[in-house]
Design a protein around this ligand. Structure first.
Ligand code: NDP
Ligand code: DGU
Length: 309
């Protein structure tokens, strides 16, 4: 399964599974990245905002020294919200930290602008403690800058993250380049089918984040997940990661624990009965208003997600 790829609208192959690095602590993430690449991962998901790209770069360098070639891996980074008026600078900073000449995919991390002249490089705040957001800014302007990055050769593809159907519908009429990817939270407790359907129609590949429910894996105990895991004799984590393969979606699993990083590559083929069980679970949560979104930073902006609007 680690060798399975999907195709982007740029013609590039993108691996079906990748290693996440959000909240991967300094002191652990170098080893996590190097271990993952040696174990067979071919996609590493990074971001300037994670404040660990320098150490991720050390992990990449270690893997290159061990024989992994740059061309055979797929590195993703994201422009953070304080840089959405300065996308090229944001990309350059990530490249320098990662020790790379190019990334394979560069994403708009969230569709907004945080004050680039505020009191912090990543999380500028107002005196009242709220995030210092420039509310007059239009996210479509960020995309116009992203399109120009393709000419620099510093990224092979561009895409978005945390885009709802509404935000995509605002963006697409103005886009010369259709985003290659929309990276969104996605798991059986938050299927986000309306976004996935629109992206499929427009040729935008989905990357699923927080597939285990993020920190601590709160979805491991979900009833259908436990039942399917028992049936196949695997851990709940394998069920949650495997959910994405028949959906045609790339999945990102974060771990800094070497054994878990290795075991997360062991996906299972879910049968029609398993898929139905998981879909029924999603439908029931939706009907009862119990969908679970684990990552929703305090921006105080309506991003157009139906479960939050
Ligand atoms: N674009 C965006 O805004 C976002 C992007 N992302 C990306 O997606 C990635 C994945 O999402 P994330 O929110 O980190 O969470 P995940 O759903 O990947 O869950 C990570 C948690 O699960 C634990 N874990 C991983 N594998 C196992 C296993 N086999 N058994 C038991 N526990 C396990 C990890 O622990 P431990 O590390 O201690 O082993 C960690 O606590 C991120 O790292 C990031 O790259 C995530 C959120 C938002
Ligand atoms: O990629 C992961 C998440 O989006 C993360 O970058 C944000 O949640 C960030 O920590 C924030 O607080 O705004």
């Amino acid at each position: 399964m680690p060798n399975k790829n999907f195709k982007l609208n740029t013609g590039q192959d993108i691996p079906a599974i990748g290693l996440g690095t959000w909240q991967s602590e300094p002191g652990k993430v170098r080893e996590a990245v190097a271990h993952a690449l040696k174990a067979g991962y071919r996609l590493i998901d990074c971001a300037y905002c994670y404040a660990n790209e320098e150490e991720v770069g050390q992990g990449l360098a270690e893997a290159f020294a061990a024989g992994v070639r740059r061309e055979e891996i797929f590195v993703v980074s994201k422009v953070w919200a304080t840089y959405t008026t300065r996308c090229e600078l944001g990309l350059q900073k990530s490249l320098e930290k990662l020790g790379l000449d190019y990334v394979d995919l560069f994403l708009v991390h969230w569709p907004l602008l945080l004050n680039p002249e505020g009191n912090d490089d990543r999380f500028p705040k107002l005196p009242n403690g709220e995030r210092d957001i420039i509310r007059s800014y239009n996210h479509v302007d960020t995309w116009k800058q992203m399109e120009k990055l393709l000419e620099t050769g510093k990224t092979k593809a561009i895409g978005v993250s945390n885009y709802s159907k509404r935000y995509l519908e605002e963006l697409l009429p103005h886009a010369t380049v259709v985003p290659a990817v929309n990276q969104i939270e996605n798991h059986p407790a938050l299927p986000q089918q309306e976004i996935i359907d629109l992206c499929k129609e427009k040729g935008i590949h989905i990357m699923a984040y927080s597939p285990l429910g993020s920190t601590g894996g709160p979805l491991f105990s979900a009833e259908p997940v436990v039942k399917i895991a028992e049936k196949h004799g695997v851990k709940p984590s394998a069920v949650l990661l495997s959910y994405h393969i028949p959906r045609g979606t790339t999945v990102l699993a974060k771990s800094v624990t070497p054994e878990r990083i290795t075991e997360n590559l062991n996906l299972v083929e879910l049968d029609a009965e398993d898929v139905k069980l998981l879909n029924d679970y999603s439908d029931t949560l939706a009907k009862e208003g119990k969908l679970q979104r684990f990552v929703y930073p305090p921006f105080g902006i309506d991003f157009g997600f139906p479960d939050k609007s």
